[in-house]
Structures are given as structure tokens and as C-alpha cells.
Design a protein around this ligand. Structure first.
Ligand SMILES: Nc1ncnc2c1ncn2[C@@H]1O[C@H](COP(=O)(O)OP(=O)(O)OP(=O)(O)O)[C@@H](O)[C@H]1O
Ligand SMILES: [Mg+2]
Length: 339
């Protein structure tokens, strides 16, 4: 077994990305660290604007104009993505790491048929013959749960339903058999039945041993179905990183994660398009005007003077961890406050 076998699929180390905005400089990705192991599905959750999409894009070394990488490393199978030249990155994108984008409409070209777009992927990344490409395209569409690949191939994106478009996006994301798939809110615009089918499809993408999935979602009931590990983002930071079994079992460590879980609507089978995350009193502070100390302190029932003044430390318990002075080191639901 070579040393490469021992490497995680992906490791993000202390990544910070700043952006100049009209309101001033913001840091939507702030000291973000996490690992995706081979065969692991990791969920990234958090309220709107917390930095989930920018974190996902970072894994493709894609940054919005005006973005600055302040620090950090992104190691994909040991290769530092931020140190690669554009040609190498183009090869890695799609072929080794692919992304299902939050807006399927904007990710698919409206004036080209699905077949043309999929064939193009193979033409630019492989040297397969045209006949073979047609076969592989049909195969990928079928794998994505589209039983009539001929008809889908001839269709333009607008001729397909939302669920079918999302399946096409998935077919494109898995086309070149990548090792890591990033799925950014892949179920948001879909009705609940279709959303569940898409979730099943996504969990089947990930091979038991070699492939990884980063599943970005607002919906904790979906996260529960699909993930091995849960990352919670708040105002640009990862505030919790815990095994899903613990997160949904004994419960998460961070008061914010607990609030997300506690205020989840009853009847978790219900997917709500309009209000995907439950309401927690108060609002996410604007990134250009973060409070001193913990960014969640103004909304946290447990916060004290220290939380408002000092940056909280990362505290671990077994394989779980949280950025908090007072994580819920729960034993049978009883919080243990650490001084
Ligand atoms: N191109 C950009 N220019 C300026 N600010 C941006 C840009 N892209 C994102 N931001 C800001 O960065 C922060 C994080 O954005 P991001 O899209 O990553 O959030 P998100 O967690 O994916 O939210 P959502 O759940 O709404 O998709 C937000 O405050 C957003 O306004
Ligand atoms: Mg987003």
C-alpha cells in the first residue's frame, strides 16, 4: 500500500478568503479547515450568506473577481490546488473534482442541447471516439435516473422539468468519474418526492472506498439522510464539525447547531422551498460588521461577557468539535459548562 493510500481525499487547512464589497472588506471564508475522507459524505450547512457556496467553489480553486486568498491550503489527494497553474486546474475540474451548481439554469447552456453539452465534456477531457462518447453519454444519463437518454440528449434545458434538469446536472457532474463531487443545494428547487430521489442518487454516486461527496444544504432532514459528517458554518467560519451519528444522536456541541436542530419544523419529511432553515431569533450579523468575540454571541442564550469579548477556541470531544467557549458536552442531554 503506497503512502498515497493513507492520504485523505481532500484536506482544507486554515483557508481564509477576503472580498472587497461596497460595504467594505469581508471575509466570507474565515480560517476554514476540514477533511473529506475517501468514501465519506460530508454535509455543509448554515444560513444563507454563511459562506457555503464560496467554500465549495474554493475546492475547485474558483474565486469571485476581487477575491483574495489570505491564507490556507487545499490539498486534493496531497496536491496543493492553490499552487497549481490554470491548465492543471482545468484538468482537475470536472475530471477529478466536479460541482453541481446551486443554479442549474445558469450552469447549463440554454442554447445547446443536453447531448451537445455532455459530448463536449468528453471531447475536451478524453480522446474517446464519437461513437464511444455517445454510448458513455447515454450511460451517464441512465445512471442519473433518466431512462430515455436519446430524448434527453436531444432536449434543450428549458424543455426539461426541474427534476430532470437536476438529474442532467448530476449526469454531467459524474460524467468523467470524478473522485470528489460537490453538490450545492441540489434539492432546493424540487418538490419533496423528487428531492428524495435525487438524494438517493447522490448517495449512490459515492463509492464505498474511493469517492467523496460534499453536500451543501439548508435542509437538516436531507443532511441526516446522506452524510457521515456535518460541518456547520456561521458568518464565514466552521463552528461545528461532528460525526452525523453524534450530531443527530446525542446532539451537536455548538449552541447554534442545537438551535438549528431544535427549531426544525415537526414532520421532517416535509421539504419547504420557501423557508428551508428554521427561524432562530435574531439575524446573522453582516460580514462587514461582525461583533467582537463570537459572531453567534448576540443570538446565543448561553453567551456571557467572555463570548462577547474574546474569540472562542476550538474544543473537541472525541471526533466532534466546535468553536465555542461552552460547547454542549452532553451526557444524556445534560450540558456541562466549561469555565
Ligand atoms: N461575488 C461576490 N462579491 C461580493 N460578495 C459576495 C460574492 N459572492 C458571495 N459574496 C458574499 O459572501 C458571503 C457568502 O456567500 P455564499 O454565497 O458563499 O453564501 P451561502 O452560504 O452559499 O448562502 P446561500 O445559502 O444563500 O446560498 C455572502 O455574504 C455573500 O453576500
Ligand atoms: Mg450558496
Amino acid at each position: 500500500m503506497g503512502s498515497e493510500e493513507a492520504l485523505p481525499l481532500l484536506e482544507v487547512r486554515h483557508l481564509s478568503v477576503s472580498l472587497g464589497t461596497r460595504e467594505g472588506e469581508i471575509r466570507p471564508v474565515s480560517d476554514v479547515s476540514f477533511v473529506i475522507g475517501k468514501g465519506e459524505a460530508v454535509a455543509l450547512v448554515g444560513e444563507s450568506g454563511s459562506g457555503k457556496t464560496l467554500t465549495g467553489l474554493s475546492l475547485l480553486a474558483l474565486f469571485p473577481p476581487g477575491a483574495r486568498i489570505d491564507s490556507g491550503q487545499i490539498l486534493f489527494e496531497g496536491l496543493d490546488l492553490l499552487a497549481q497553474d490554470p491548465a492543471t486546474l482545468r484538468k482537475i475540474r470536472g475530471q477529478r473534482i466536479s460541482m453541481i451548481f446551486q443554479e442549474p439554469q445558469s450552469a447549463l447552456n440554454p442554447v445547446l442541447t443536453v447531448g451537445t453539452q455532455m459530448r463536449e465534456l468528453f471531447k475536451s477531457h478524453t480522446d474517446l471516439s464519437d461513437i464511444r462518447i455517445r454510448e458513455v453519454v447515454a450511460d451517464r444519463l441512465r445512471s442519473a435516473g433518466l431512462p430515455d437518454p436519446g430524448r434527453i440528449s436531444r432536449s434543450y434545458p428549458h424543455q426539461l422539468s426541474g427534476g430532470m434538469r437536476q438529474r442532467v446536472m448530476i449526469a454531467m457532474a459524474i460524467a468523467l468519474d470524478p473522485r470528489l463531487v460537490i453538490a450545492d443545494e441540489p434539492t432546493t428547487a424540487l418538490d419533496p418526492t423528487v428531492a428524495l430521489q435525487i438524494l438517493t442518487l447522490l448517495s449512490s454516486i459515492r463509492d464505498g472506498r474511493t469517492k467523496g461527496l460534499l453536500f451543501i444544504s439548508h435542509d437538516l432532514s436531507h443532511v441526516r439522510r446522506i452524510s457521515d459528517r456535518v460541518l456547520v458554518m456561521y458568518a464565514g467560519r466552521i463552528v461545528e464539525n461532528s460525526p452525523a451519528r453524534r450530531f443527530f444522536g446525542t446532539g451537536p456541541l455548538h449552541p447554534y447547531s442545537r438551535a438549528l436542530l431544535a427549531s426544525r419544523p415537526e414532520g421532517t419529511g416535509r421539504t419547504r422551498k420557501d423557508a428551508p432553515l428554521p427561524a432562530i431569533p435574531g439575524q446573522v450579523p453582516p460580514l462587514w460588521n461582525l461583533p467582537e468575540g463570537c459572531a453567534f454571541a448576540p443570538r446565543c442564550s448561553r453567551a456571557d461577557e467572555r463570548c462577547r469579548m474574546e474569540a472562542p477556541p476550538w474544543q473537541s470531544e472525541g471526533e466532534a468539535g466546535a468553536l465555542c467557549f461552552y460547547p454542549d458536552r452532553t451526557t444524556m442531554g445534560a450540558p456541562l459548562h466549561v469555565a
